[in-house]
Design a binder for this molecule. Structure first.
Ligand SMILES: *Cc1c(COP(=O)(O)O)cnc(C)c1O
Length: 359
């Protein structure tokens, strides 16, 4: 008998596996996880209560249309419900966007280095990734991205601010870029870190999408809203993109727990944004501290900072870990460090200083 195994699609060969940020070792000294851009604050009281209430109905499927959450979002942002689509985190929505627009022979453009999910979801769809290097300042090279457009381009991701460098593109350059993109190419503004932006020149994607039918905005409850474990994100897009997202979404993907918690978070927004404000202060303190130690730190508009360490990336990550903070190394490139609890940020700053002195 011949040994047979099920035939899998060739595009799966060599797809990089998504690497989650490592947790802190359970048995080590005090250790903080600064490797996944999570929010260090626990869920707000109203969120816990709604979650506990939802637990009583776990024998039921969730509301597949996410009615309550979509209505809340529509009101909060002043957009029609038909322009909204939810998913299992904004990664889930991003995957639906690629599946809705690009297959074999099509191209998806994004900056590199950027969010590591982009190459994975592009290749799962069978489409070809077109990676455009960041500028020397670790910012999106929008001119080069516009020049990379061909008649096969179907989707372009603009991660703003960019994960893992924290840098953001500004209004004028983004508008100029969008003017160059053909109307039948979808531009996805991934704004996972929107709430942490303080540069007034960085635009709100929701203002841009209104007058550009080929622009889609991605938002998530995972970062500022602190609901990473519940997997809920959403897209704002014109028809027919939003309709395509509703078609390609995994049925019942967003649990009732996640929907209710997201609604409760939106209703506690003042408190949440206060927490975000504290994290932004900490980000600025950490960035200035690093600069004072002599590091070159790209201007971060997110809840993390980026150090381009090149060949010394792994070594730096080890020094941090010994100091009690787990960071996210991108071997050969650099280290991304999430802004966490004040004590964690202090430990990180001390490790960075130690490393610097030994240079
Ligand atoms: C964290 C992150 C997301 C959000 O992921 P979820 O699936 O919503 O948890 C999306 N885009 C970028 C760039 C991110 O860093």
């Amino acid at each position: 008998m011949t040994e047979k195994t099920p035939k899998l699609r060739e595009v799966l060969d060599g797809i990089p596996t998504y690497k989650p940020g490592r947790p802190a070792a359970a048995d080590g000294p005090v250790a903080y996880k600064l490797s996944s851009n999570e929010n260090p604050y626990p869920p707000l009281p109203g969120v816990m209560e709604s979650a506990l209430a939802a637990a009583g109905s776990f024998n039921r499927y969730p509301d597949m249309a996410c009615t309550g959450l979509l209505n809340e979002l529509a009101e909060r942002f002043g957009i029609p419900v038909e322009h909204l689509a939810t998913g299992t985190g904004s990664v889930g929505v991003a995957q639906s966007l690629v599946q809705s627009t690009a297959g074999p022979g099509d191209e998806v453009i994004y900056a590199w280095r950027s969010f590591e999910a982009y190459p994975i979801i592009t290749r799962i769809s069978g489409a070809t990734p077109v990676q455009v290097p960041l500028t020397d300042g670790d910012v999106h090279d929008l001119d080069a991205m516009a020049e990379a457009i061909t008649d096969r381009t179907r989707l372009i991701f603009v991660c703003n601010p960019n994960n893992p460098t924290g840098t953001a593109v500004r209004r004028a350059e983004l508008e100029r870029f969008l003017d160059r993109v053909p109307g039948d190419v979808l531009v996805v503004l991934d704004e996972a870190y929107k709430e942490f932006i303080r540069d007034p020149e960085v635009p709100d994607g929701l203002e841009i999408y209104r007058h550009r039918p080929n622009v889609c905005v991605l938002r998530t409850f995972s970062k500022a809203y602190g609901l990473a474990g519940l997997r809920v994100g959403f897209a704002v897009a014109h028809e027919p993109v939003a309709a395509a997202l509703r078609k390609t979404a995994v049925p019942f993907g967003v649990s009732q727990l996640a929907q209710d918690a997201a609604v409760a978070s939106l209703r506690s927004e003042d408190e949440l944004l206060g927490r975000v404000g504290s994290l932004v202060c900490e980000r600025n303190r950490v960035s200035q501290g690093l600069a004072g130690q002599g590091w070159t730190v790209p201007d971060s508009q997110a809840n993390f900072v980026w150090l381009r360490l090149g060949a010394r990336t792994a070594e730096f990550a080890e020094v941090c870990e010994r100091a009690g903070v787990v960071v996210r190394p991108f071997p050969g490139e650099g280290v991304r460090v999430t802004i966490g609890e004040t004590e964690a940020n202090d430990l990180f700053l001390r490790a960075a200083e130690l490393f610097r002195k030994e240079l």
